[in-house]
Ligand binder design. Structure first.
Ligand SMILES: Cc1ncc(COP(=O)(O)O)c(C=O)c1O
Length: 405
């Protein structure tokens, strides 16, 4: 058999992808980067369980792959489809969402300043404060980015990266991606948006001016609570090459098996997000009407403080809703959570199953109580991550747990 060259392989994938370049979200989710295997014809992308690849000569791998930390065909398929769905040219995965954070942060250097949204995901803030600051000498500040003048005045000479999440956790605060991207462009600052809470189905930060969009794949993209992974996408070739260099030099590689799970999950992303968007909106509307509930935080409720901003840049609200039990305290939150029968009492979000937690006692317990209360994370605040069960069963479950208080 004639040798199939590196170029043959790349051409085969490129020609295949060109057919899908202008197709819709679902068609790309199912096919992009995933041609049937040309040798065996298998419809699904094979799980290439190998740590190393055969070479024909020294430093001359048969195809583009030489070592599993640097690249793997199953991972390549996943990175292509993620890039395409994000509206980007280049995709990259890492062993967790925080693995991606590290890969991105290592494009900066000692002495650089990072400007972050004030209620950033706790793990990202911990990495910036407890690792990037003391180990790498990078400083960071945390500001309310609803105030664009504050964003501008917080930029320093050494500000090299702005890090945004919208909506945030657990109060679903929303920020104007496009307006912040314009400020970043003016000052030549790398602009990163963590899109974990929305996914590329509901919101596309690259199209709104972000340089990098990053996700904890562990949540909706994985979607079944069985994989821990991170992914990013960008349109900038040079930046991608630096990020890929960082990824294989630092080492948070994704396993071919996990990449296969996520490839499979992404094929149903739109169906899952549609159901989750609709379930969550129905439940948020029910909560608003309940006389046992105070404030309800959900970005697709017209009464939500940041509704207009969210509506401008996103097409759905995804599954996270926070609400305050009226006259509730830590004990009421605990009792409510323990009375739920379908919602699982657990942290995290994004899976097919619904979860519920109390931020003050769990995900945000490390934030000092005074600061928590000042920003609205009171002890009676409950966060639910709505999944794909039937909305009426979930409502009956919440109703029963509220009645038990
Ligand atoms: C918004 C957000 N970003 C990043 C992460 C980190 O992702 P991972 O847990 O996959 O490292 C999380 C995890 O909860 C998250 O909620």
């Amino acid at each position: 058999m004639d040798k199939v060259t590196k170029e043959d392989r790349i051409n085969h994938i490129q020609t295949y992808n060109e057919k899908y370049d202008n197709k819709g979200f679902n068609t790309r989710a199912i096919h992009y980067g995933q041609p049937p295997d040309p040798f065996y014809g298998s419809v699904n992308t094979p799980i290439h369980m190998t740590s190393t690849f055969a070479q024909t000569d020294a430093a001359d791998p048969i195809y583009s792959f030489d070592y599993g930390r640097v690249g793997n065909p199953t991972r390549e398929a996943l990175e292509s489809v993620i890039a395409s769905l994000e509206g980007g040219k280049y995709g990259l995965t890492a062993g967790s969402g925080l693995g991606c954070t590290m890969v991105i942060t290592h494009t900066l250097k000692s002495g650089d300043h990072i400007l972050c949204v004030d209620d950033i995901y706790g793990g990202t803030g911990r990495y910036f404060r407890k690792i990037a600051a003391p180990v790498y000498g990078m400083e960071s500040d945390y500001v309310d980015m609803t105030d664009l003048d504050l964003v501008k005045s917080s930029i320093k000479e050494n500000t090299k990266m702005v890090w945004l999440e919208t909506p945030t956790n657990p109060l679903l605060k929303c920020f104007d991606i496009q307006a912040i991207s314009e400020i970043c462009k003016e000052h030549d600052i790398l602009f990163v948006v963590d899109n974990t809470f929305m996914t590329c189905y509901n919101q596309k930060p690259l199209e709104l001016g972000a340089d990098i969009v990053v996700n904890s794949v562990t949540k909706y993209l994985g979607g079944h609570s069985d994989v821990v992974m991170g992914a990013l996408a960008t349109n900038d070739k040079e930046l991608y090459e630096r990020l890929h260099f960082n990824a294989y030099s630092i080492g948070p590689a994704t396993s071919p098996m996990d990449c296969y799970f996520v490839l499979r999950s992404i094929k149903t992303l739109s169906v899952r997000m549609e159901k989750i968007n609709s379930n969550a909106l129905t439940i948020a509307e029910y909560l608003q009407k309940s006389d046992k509930v105070g404030e309800v935080y959900y970005p697709m409720l017209p009464t939500h403080k940041y509704y207009e901003t969210h509506k401008k840049q996103a097409t759905g609200g995804a599954g996270v809703i926070s609400f305050v039990i009226k006259d509730g305290d830590a004990e009421s939150s605990r009792k409510f959570l323990k009375s739920l029968k379908i919602f699982i009492f657990a942290e995290s979000l994004g899976g097919v199953e619904s979860l519920a937690e109390c931020p003050a006692l769990m995900t945000h317990a490390s934030v000092p109580k005074e600061h928590r209360e000042k920003i609205g994370i009171v002890d009676g605040l409950v966060r639910i991550a709505v999944g794909m069960e039937d909305a009426e069963d979930l409502i009956a479950d919440i109703d029963g747990a509220l009645a038990a208080l």
